[in-house]
Design a binder for this molecule. Structure first.
Ligand code: NAG
Ligand code: NAG
Ligand code: NAG
Ligand code: NAG
Ligand code: NAG
Ligand code: NAG
Length: 349
């Protein structure tokens, strides 16, 4: 039994790393291909092993994949990517987990070709959907959830100021072995004219979130533009959310461009490139904080605007009444004069 001898040879080869070593990056929970090509021949044997546990991930012999070969942890998640008969023994691993990280070995042999052992390192990456930035009191917190491997934070400001950045980032491990990470800076009350940015960075990616200095607007109840971003140069925005007083959603552009029912009559339009919102028919009920959050694949911008609705100036209201009264009196006099003319005219006839 040639294949049995070759299994023995495979066992004998353990511990000798052969061939080129490489690193394969796999996205968390996605399907990943571990490449392994060989010179095709008769009676092919393929074994994939995870080195840290010694577990078999997949075996192929007797011209077929052996369905019971994978260890429990891999069962149902592995298959050969292409046809072994074409010299491709690449492994397809589905729903990649953080626990799958480590070195893998691909053993191939056939009666006509020589036996080969290839090794590669599997590395898992999980990117956060976005980086969150928010301010509570004088604490600005930047956070990202579901990151792997862990990331570094860097803070910056525009214009540059010295930051009180004392704490190491907080790291929490989730059930899926990912990291929830956050970092904060304390800001003093006398530096309110500053934009804060935080960047999180791992080996292969970086993402940034910026909290613009707050805007304060006093508005009479006509049209008012609430700004979101100034520069979003280059990349097209993918998500825009407007919130009122931190919780209430006015508009969520991921789903539709249409504001929520309650806000329909106040939202004149939203400008998608910069995210600005144009409001109309405001009453003091719309006093509060308007938070805009605009994001692209790499960046998030956040701005809070404090809107104060000033009812129409009482002085101008008085003026309007006075003008109205004067016009009314003039019209009244006109009517009386006309009526007198008509009257006297009739009498003369
Ligand atoms: C940083 O903030 C802490 C807590 O508010 C304060 O005690 C410390 O003096 C601050 N350091 C600087 C350099 O501002
Ligand atoms: C990490 O963040 C996710 C998403 O917000 C949350 O559901 C989970 O509870 C967090 N896990 C830990 C350990 O903090
Ligand atoms: C808005 O009005 C308040 C008083 O109601 C005033 O203190 C503030 O300076 C005004 N802000 C602007 C931007 O006009
Ligand atoms: C916007 O762009 C101008 C010029 O390109 C630059 O001076 C300014 O700092 C930018 N503002 C922000 C908030 O990035
Ligand atoms: C906006 O809509 C998207 C898509 O339905 C949803 O995933 C997201 O949670 C919504 N955002 C908010 C802030 O509700
Ligand atoms: C929104 O917040 C402002 C200031 O915090 C508050 O005065 C106002 O009553 C709030 N509006 C609503 C509708 O909750």
């Amino acid at each position: 039994m040639a294949w049995m001898e070759r299994i023995l040879f495979f066992l004998a080869l353990q511990g000798f790393a052969r061939g080129d070593k490489r690193t394969v990056y796999c996205n968390f929970m996605e399907t990943c291909i571990l490449p392994c090509r060989f010179q095709v021949g008769e009676d092919v044997v393929v074994h994939w092993r995870e080195l840290k546990s010694g577990n078999i991930v997949l075996s192929f012999y007797h011209n077929k994949e052996q369905p019971d070969s994978p260890a429990e942890r891999f069962r149902g998640r592995t298959s050969l990517f292409k046809k072994v008969s074409e010299g491709d023994a690449s492994l397809k691993l589905r729903s990649v987990k953080v626990q799958d990280e480590g070195r893998y070995q691909c053993y191939t042999s056939s009666t006509t070709g020589s036996a080969k052992l290839r090794e590669m390192d599997l590395k898992v990456e999980a990117l956060p959907g976005k980086v969150n930035i928010q301010q509570e009191g004088n604490k600005i917190t930047c956070s990202a959830e579901g990151v792997y491997p862990s990331a570094e934070f860097t803070w910056s400001t525009s214009p540059p100021v010295t930051l009180n950045e004392t704490k190491e980032p907080t790291v929490q491990r989730t059930e899926q072995w990912l990291y929830n990470i956050s970092s904060f800076v304390l800001v003093s009350d006398d530096v309110s004219d500053v934009d804060y940015s935080c960047t999180i960075r791992t080996q292969n990616y970086k993402r940034r979130a910026t909290l613009f200095r707050p805007t304060r607007i006093n508005s009479s109840n006509t049209e008012t533009m609430i700004p979101c971003t100034e520069n979003t140069t280059g990349t097209a925005p993918t998500k825009l959310t407007w919130r009122f007083n931190h919780s209430e959603i006015i508009l969520n552009q991921t789903t539709t461009n249409i504001p929520l029912e309650k806000w329909k009559k106040h939202v004149k339009k939203s400008v998608s490139e910069t995210g600005d919102l144009i409001l109309q028919d405001l009453t003091p009920d719309q006093d509060g904080v308007y938070r805009c959050e605009l994001s692209t694949a790499e960046e998030t911008w956040v701005r809070n605007t404090f809107l104060k609705v000033i009812p129409d100036n009482p002085l101008s209201a008085t003026t309007a009444i006075v003008i109205g009264l004067v016009v009314f009196i003039l019209v009244l006099i006109g009517v009386i004069v006309l009526a007198w003319h008509l009257c006297t005219g009739t009498q003369q006839q």
